[in-house]
Design a protein around this ligand. Structure first.
Ligand code: PXP
Length: 248
């Protein structure tokens, strides 16, 4: 059987709901603990420049209070670098960020932003933080990530999830090729964005993808079946596809 596929649960949108009213409920740290109990191998949160969901206090509590590796998503800028070096999460995933976007809309352009990314990747790496770059399934982006010294990439699955029919299959083929290329050039390959029960299987079946990061759908499903149940069901979809090896 293929190696265990890790599930990172992104709890940003627990904070979105809390912030709709202010105050403390629902608490993202409680949600993170619940996610671990339901089978999450890691927790992810994105500290945005505008702090629209996760706050600095949430980040500090998540780094110290949860028993699994914590992955901080952040923009590649000096302010966020300072936060990461203070908090020392297990991992940082560098993402592109535009203030007006609703979610992370595309991958980081590692090819054109080498001089901006190099010092940030270097500083995080020196601090012992495992760095990943969130990129489109493009071989040029993967080569740039490798040249920059990032040990990990996370492939953006948004275009695959948004597409239908033949176009979705084409996007899947791009992700499969990207995952193979990661293996060839020595990058650890993760994937995420927009994944649901329906779309997760074909990605989970790609044998050298080691981790999926999933958030919005799980928090949305929690309204209908509960947070733990939504995570357990996602875990089940991932494990079934992984052991069947479909789409690999
Ligand atoms: N991976 C990265 C790098 C992301 O920015 C996000 C969204 O915050 C996700 C995964 C999770 O995406 P979703 O919330 O659509 O599952």
């Amino acid at each position: 059987m293929a190696e265990h596929l890790r599930l990172g649960v992104n709890i940003d949108h627990v904070a979105t709901i809390r912030n709709a009213r202010g105050g403390y409920h629902p608490d993202p740290v409680r949600a993170a603990r619940m996610a671990v109990a339901a089978g999450a191998d890691g927790i992810t949160a994105h500290l945005r420049e505008d702090r629209r969901h996760i706050s600095d206090d949430d980040m500090a509590a998540l780094v110290t209070d949860i028993p699994v590796p914590f992955n901080m998503e952040m923009a590649a800028c000096d302010d966020m670098l300072a936060v990461a070096l203070r908090l020392r999460p297990h991992a940082v995933c560098l993402v592109p960020e535009r203030r007006e976007e609703r979610t992370t809309e595309g991958g980081l352009d590692a090819v054109s932003n080498r001089s901006l990314l190099a010092p940030i990747i270097g500083a995080l790496g020196e601090a012992g933080i495992r760095v990943s770059l969130f990129v489109e399934p493009s071989l040029a982006q993967l080569d740039a990530a490798r040249d920059l010294g990032a040990p990990v990439v996370e492939i953006h699955t948004g275009a695959y999830c948004d597409a239908a029919g033949a176009a979705r299959q084409e996007e899947l083929t791009r992700i499969q090729a990207a995952a193979r290329h990661c293996q060839d050039i020595g990058l650890e390959c993760h994937a995420g964005h927009g994944l649901t029960y329906e779309t997760v299987g074909a990605v989970a079946a790609i044998p050298n993808i080691m981790e999926l990061n999933i958030g919005h759908f799980l928090v949305g499903e929690a309204i209908f079946i509960g947070f733990e149940a939504s995570i357990r069901r996602m875990r089940h979809c991932m494990d079934e596809a992984r052991s069947a090896g479909i789409g690999g």
